[in-house]
Design a protein around this ligand. Structure first.
Ligand code: SF4
Length: 317
């Protein structure tokens, strides 16, 4: 069930921005973000750390690391439309990288659809949709008119039997079942699709069986690529996930999260994750479609060396 939250409207600058970090991740060269704080409220979200210095947080008296509010700019489509004409070097735009264009506050202004329209009105642009909200399927009629120019991806962060836990950790996102249904529909309508298994949390989505199921689902959706990522250990995200799970008596899962707050344990979790994702991909498809995004900085030297010896599909960041 969706949790209530405050919504701030805040005017932002710029529409389509270059994103070297997401280019390195092989996701997109450009980004579009219709806000500064996403109302889906995922407790592990790292956007607060990325955007914390933006003056909006001080002006609105909000803490970038806390939840219970959203910041959205309803005029985003107009800003995008200008940039879509002005920018001459065109390529793939990710919608979005730090918020979600189909989150509840964005839905109120129909921003997902309007952003898509503004981009697709100009030739030369392609769009990678990334969302945790199944309402994106209401815009499938628009995508149908631009089949080759839009890649559809809904983050699938666990198997559907973990939906109650995911509802605690991603309180205002669609259920996993709803996201899967939207992916199935996208594939059935002949859209270009990609898999996004991120983050695969310990004790919730990282067992060989769970990963196997998620990879098979993505392959059945005819994905062009599968992106996967361990949870980011920096910032307050892991602690918040642990506390929320404890509060709902998911003690085993809370302990699994607590365990990887220790660097050595996080590093081992990543080694096993890489191995299990590679095994599942090889079982169902070709390893060349894997993009396992990995920052080496949190790994122990021994674990980094172990992964480097078998790093098919790993994108080192
Ligand atoms: S959907 Fe993405 S941007 Fe929104 S809160 Fe969750 S992780 Fe952050």
């Amino acid at each position: 069930m969706e949790k209530p939250f405050r919504i701030h409207s805040y005017p932002l600058k710029g529409g389509i921005t270059a994103t070297p970090e997401f280019a390195k991740k092989k996701l997109a060269d450009f980004a579009v973000n219709p806000g500064l704080k996403c109302g889906h409220g995922c407790l592990y979200c790292s956007s607060g750390a990325m955007l914390r210095t933006h003056k909006a947080f001080g002006q609105l008296r909000e803490n970038p690391f806390q939840f219970g509010y959203a910041i959205v700019d309803p005029s985003t489509p107009q800003r995008i439309a200008k940039d879509a004409v002005k920018i001459k070097r065109r390529g793939m735009i990710q919608l979005c990288t730090t918020v979600d264009a189909w989150a509840p506050e964005a839905q109120e202004h129909n921003l997902g659809r309007q952003c898509l329209q503004a981009i697709l009105a100009q030739p030369g642009w392609t769009v990678r949709i990334l969302t945790k909200n199944a309402t994106v399927s209401q815009d499938f009629d628009l995508i149908e008119q631009h089949l080759n120019r839009v890649l559809v991806g809904l983050s699938i962060t666990a198997a559907p039997d973990q939906d109650r836990i995911i509802n605690i950790l991603e309180p205002n996102a669609s259920s996993i079942k709803e996201r899967m249904s939207a992916m199935v529909e996208a594939a059935a309508r002949g859209f270009r699709t990609y898999g996004m298994l991120c983050p695969l949390l310990p004790g919730i989505a990282d067992s060989p069986e769970q990963i196997d199921m998620l990879v098979k689902f993505a392959v059945d959706c005819k994905v062009e690529e599968i992106f996967a990522e361990p949870v980011n250990p920096r910032g307050p995200g892991l602690k918040l996930c642990q506390q929320a799970l404890q509060a709902w008596d998911y003690d085993t899962e809370a302990k699994s999260i607590e365990k990887i707050r220790n660097r050595k344990n996080w590093s081992r979790y990543v080694v096993n994750l890489v191995k299990h994702v590679q095994q599942a991909i090889r079982k169902y498809t070709d390893i060349s479609i894997l993009r396992l995004l990995l920052y080496p900085s949190g790994l122990t030297p021994e674990d980094q060396a172990e992964i480097q010896n078998h790093d098919a599909g790993v994108v080192w960041l």
